[in-house]
Design a protein around this ligand. Structure first.
Ligand SMILES: Cc1cc2nc3c(=O)[nH]c(=O)nc-3n(C[C@H](O)[C@H](O)[C@H](O)COP(=O)(O)OP(=O)(O)OC[C@H]3O[C@@H](n4cnc5c(N)ncnc54)[C@H](O)[C@@H]3O)c2cc1C
Length: 296
């Protein structure tokens, strides 16, 4: 079985920065395992700008930020396994990994969990009605549109006004789609101020505040949603062929579900540790962690 001083799970901004700074601080054998076929994680699906103002002192798109960091990272010659998923972590300091070569075990002295986060889905709410096609999370829709050039639909309702929802509302409008409304449970929008200005305000996106969706209508394909106004209890029907949920992010720590206590070889950074608003703070946290691991 191969042994590494440091195993990094996830090759997004957090995993790359932790691995690179550990390498620069003297950690000898490092392996980064990434389940997708590319490094950069969620950055690769972010075609909008607003990334890197703090770290690179430049206003980059997500893909540009990823590319800049990947160039730095690649020069270090750190071992990377792409299209490879860590499917189990064992308390003894071993990981089970799955790739096109099959399933194998590796061992490590220390491990950084940099697995990002996953999206809260519509299934986490009590919404009645059928479960037709045309219902996506904002991140899935972003990946479909920006990476796979797929068309998710024409007349779109978005539940939630967080950053990903606002960015996707703007992307849909820029692609000629009709954003019927964003529905927000609070009486004010979520997300960063700059997204409110650059998305909701700049594109005059209709937002229904103090409201939620309580019923989905449609058989094969979604045909509409019932919006419930929380202050009056009144319900209104909005016709749509697509519903996007933007309900927030949950740190992805599924690999730790079998652990009763946190092992002393485990470290976390990036969105897997806590949900960061901007990637600059993810990179900086990863770099700090890499140094700390090398010096412990
Ligand atoms: C829509 C959107 C808009 C944003 N806008 C901005 C913005 O304008 N400005 C800004 O600064 N920031 C923005 N951010 C935030 C920033 O992009 C993220 O905080 C940052 O990129 C997260 O990095 P990460 O490495 O923690 O997670 P991720 O990028 O999610 O990386 C985690 C990686 O781990 C991999 N992985 C997970 N589980 C496993 C496993 N078991 N085995 C192997 N690999 C695994 C995943 O495939 C992924 O590549 C935005 C984010 C989104 C989603």
């Amino acid at each position: 079985m191969k042994n590494y001083d440091l195993l990094v799970i996830g090759g997004g901004a957090a995993g790359m920065s932790a691995a690179l700074s550990a390498h620069e601080s003297g950690v000898k054998s490092i392996l980064v395992v990434e389940r997708q076929g590319w490094l950069g994680g969620v950055l690769k699906q972010c075609l909008h700008n607003g990334f890197g103002l703090g770290y690179f002192k430049e206003d980059c798109t997500g893909t540009e930020y990823a590319q800049k960091y990947i160039e730095k990272f690649s020069k270090a010659g750190i071992n990377v396994m792409l299209d490879t998923m860590v499917i189990d972590l064992l308390p003894s300091g071993e990981a089970v990994i799955s790739s096109e070569n099959g399933v194998e075990k590796i061992s490590f002295n220390k491990c950084v969990l940099a697995t990002g986060c996953r999206e809260r889905t519509i299934g986490s709410l009590s919404i009645s009605g059928s479960r037709p096609s045309g219902v996506f999370t904002a991140g899935t829709a972003q990946k479909m549109v920006n990476i796979s050039s797929l068309d998710v639909g024409d007349n779109i309702v978005i539940l939630g006004t967080g950053d990903i929802g606002q960015i996707m509302a703007r992307t849909f409008i820029q692609n000629g789609k009709n954003v019927i409304a964003m529905i927000e449970i609070n009486d004010h929008p979520g997300g960063l101020k700059r997204n409110q200005i650059n998305c909701i305000q700049a594109y005059n996106i209709p937002v229904i505040y103090s409201a939620t969706i309580d019923r989905i209508v449609g058989n094969k394909r979604i045909e509409g949603v019932y919006v419930k106004h929380l202050d009056t209890g009144i319900r209104e029907f909005l016709q749509c062929d697509t519903l996007i949920s933007a309900l927030g992010l949950i740190p992805e720590r599924e690999l730790l579900s079998g652990f009763e206590t946190v092992p002393d070889w485990l470290y976390m950074c990036g969105n897997c540790d806590y949900v960061h608003d901007i990637v600059d703070s993810v990179t900086m946290q990863g770099e700090e962690l890499g140094k700390r691991i090398a010096n412990e």
